[in-house]
Design a protein around this ligand. Sequence first.
Ligand code: ATP
Length: 258
Amino acid sequence: MNTKKTVNHPKESVIVIRDLRISFGDLHVLRGVDLDLYQGENLVVLGRSGTGKSVLIKIIAGLLEPDEGTVNVLGEDVSKLKKRELDALRLKLGFSFQNSALYDSMTVRENLEFPLIRNVRNLSRSDIDKAVEQALEDVGLSQTINQMPSQLSGGQRKRIGIARTLILKPEIMLYDEPTAGLDPITSNEINNLINEVQERHNTSSIIITHDLTCAKTVGDRIAMLLDGRFERQGTFEEVFEDSNDERAKQFYEYNFVN
Ligand SMILES: Nc1ncnc2c1ncn2[C@@H]1O[C@H](COP(=O)(O)OP(=O)(O)OP(=O)(O)O)[C@@H](O)[C@H]1O
């Protein structure tokens, strides 16, 4: 397993987070998070269960308000946006959530049409058909267009879920546990797909995972959430292999399977 060859991206930030803090009662989840997502990079966010990775994503999407700190996404201060502006910004973010299930009663084509019809006005039938065909081609599953989700494997369903997100041409992709529950071969296909999406669409992505093979394969940069902050950031080697940090070592030993 090779570590991903990191591309030297120009350091233009598409997400800038500074001194972000949030507590739930006595539980101080994020305690001063600073993080940049650079244009065109895959940033992997690692952290043990309950460290606040999903909370972070929800704050980025404006679904949860932090107690302190700033979140700037594509040049907009999320906390200052009105509802309509926030909705417009969210359309530029693609969410690939673990539980973003397909609609079982709809064909693959109908599943992919759904976000388009709901979010984009004045599309002709042929625009919709083209977008669906392109999104399916992007994930290598053109042949499934008339199938029902129940006829697909877990890995194929995951790919169709990603296609459904890509169809709105997001500038930033947020992948939550993209390989959870998949066997190693299928996980590898999803990792390759994440890299292909980056290369083909120049998308900037945050990938939340516990899977260190995934982190190593897709991550241009790794940020590890420890005690409510990103104390360790860098390439996979910098975070794990060159590290004397016991917490990073422990995470590595428990999670690295390949
Ligand atoms: N709305 C909420 N109200 C109260 N507590 C919350 C809320 N949202 C999250 N928490 C708590 O914040 C902590 C971090 O939760 P979060 O879901 O972000 O963890 P995570 O790092 O994504 O974990 P996992 O890897 O298991 O998904 C947890 O202890 C959770 O119970």
